[in-house]
Design a protein around this ligand. Structure first.
Ligand code: GLU
Length: 437
């Protein structure tokens, strides 16, 4: 069987985490089975159907790397891929229901006559779900065509899935109870239905339902916040899918390889921003230093820091220190700026040591007289200078870090020395002794 899945968003102006997860799981399932992933836009609500609202969804999917095989910009054999352009197909299938006497007029609208029997679906995630249509009060015949001639969601959704030859429908649990209605329609059409898999909702950390106003809800916000796409795809996959191993960090290829519907969780996934940041960090560490520097560059530029010759090495020195790209400017600003600020607490700590001034001045002299400058040689100087002045290396290392960076923590001290270079190190040390101590 050639697997065919689809993501069928209604354009809303943003791609929500829940929608992105639906898209991702359909994508992973299709790719895992060498099938096709279709993008169909359910744009029957004319007011919301603006170009911008559509673009927000396409952009979010492209950013996440969820490339579709058919649909917007791709074409395909089962188009058009916008519901607003498929009325002729809905009319055609409505005729089938008319011929079979499965619809009747009611106040200008048309109702679909349910078969009065229990309908059981075998959901690939939720298991068996039965709706008993013998109960007329709970399940009155449903309107499929409104009096203005437009068709309702259930009808168009089913017609599209059968016309587009979908084999699997993976969607949110909010559609679970719609599915028996869909099965009734498939049966009336005389067409084999796809297999359904309904995923539990995604919740906020506190267990409340996630809305677009909640932290992390909108995919378009992630790049600005310093996340990279493979990390977000990884994180979203874990919101509802269990890899059944201790590992949690996966590339898209690894997700494709491991994904299966059996491992979709039955309970709702909870959004955890700490976990999301941690996964981002793991993916940042996978980047080679040049790619990391490139990815961080827009954030450094936005912070109005000069991209100097030191930038590539400066970026590399903080790659292990940040969780989000947005943290990069603060982590490396002292390596790019000439005029650095000194953190108040760091300064207090240095001032507590009486020997700091003498040691730093001696280090400036020793560094200045180094013939061959290298990070290792400079680091060695710290040890020999401390020793020559009857101190331990540690007593000089901390003041040196503060004098060079203005902070108590940061990249490896050897990296800092190497990146700043001889002249700048000597200047900063002398400046610190003169102006701050
Ligand atoms: N447009 C529907 C939604 O966004 C699609 C439902 C489905 O996937 O079948 O909820």
């Amino acid at each position: 069987m050639h697997v065919r899945t689809r993501f069928a968003p209604s354009p809303t102006g943003f791609l929500h985490v829940g929608g992105a997860r639906t898209a991702l799981f359909n994508f992973l399932f299709a790719r895992h089975h060498g099938g096709s992933f279709v993008l169909r836009v359910e744009d029957t609500d004319k007011e919301r159907n603006t170009g911008d609202a559509r673009a927000a969804i396409f952009d979010g999917m492209r950013w996440l790397g969820l490339d579709w095989d058919e649909g917007e910009g791709k074409g395909g054999d089962y188009g058009p891929y916008n519901q607003s352009e498929r009325t002729h197909l809905y009319d055609k299938w409505f005729e089938v229901l008319l011929e079979k006497d499965r619809v009747y007029e009611d106040d200008g609208a048309w109702r679909f006559r349910f078969e009065r029997k229990p309908v059981t679906m075998n959901d690939l995630v939720c298991g068996e779900v039965t709706i008993d249509y013998r109960n007329l009060d709970n399940n009155p015949d449903m309107v499929v065509r409104r009096s203005d001639g437009s068709y309702v969601f259930h009808f168009v959704n089913v017609v599209d899935d059968l016309e587009m030859k979908m084999t699997h429908v993976i969607r949110g649990e909010d559609h679970l109870m719609n599915t028996p209605k869909h099965l009734q329609l498939f049966e009336a059409f005389g067409v084999e239905p796809p297999q359904y898999a309904h995923m539990p909702l995604t919740l906020n950390a506190d267990g409340s339902k996630m809305s677009k106003r909640d932290e992390g809800a909108i995919i378009g916000d992630y790049p600005k916040a310093g996340f990279i796409a493979p990390a977000v795809a990884n994180f979203i996959a874990l919101l509802g899918w269990n890899p059944k191993t201790e590992e949690e960090v996966f590339t898209m290829d690894e997700l494709i390889e491991r994904f299966s519907l059996e491992n979709i969780n039955r309970s709702p996934g909870r959004f955890d921003s700490e976990k999301c940041a941690w996964i981002n960090q793991q993916h940042l560490l996978k980047l080679d230093p040049a790619a990391f520097a490139e990815a961080a560059r827009p954030f450094v530029e936005t912070a109005s820091l000069p991209i100097t010759d030191r930038y590539p090495a400066a970026a590399a020195s903080v790659q292990e220190k940040v969780r989000l790209l947005s943290e990069v400017p603060e982590a490396l600003d002292f390596l790019l700026k000439d005029d650095i600020g000194i953190d108040g607490q760091a300064l207090e700590k240095v001032r507590k040591s009486e020997a700091a001034g003498t040691l730093l001045a001696a280090l400036a002299d020793a560094l200045e007289s180094l013939d061959r400058w290298s990070a290792d040689a400079a680091k060695e100087c710290i040890g020999t200078t401390a020793k020559a002045n009857g101190a331990k290396p540690g007593q000089l290392m901390f003041p040196t870090r503060v004098a060079l960076s203005g902070k108590t923590g940061g990249p490896d001290l050897g990296d800092i020395l190497g990146i700043l270079g001889k002249q700048e190190c000597v200047k900063r040390l002398r400046d610190f002794v003169e102006r701050r101590l």
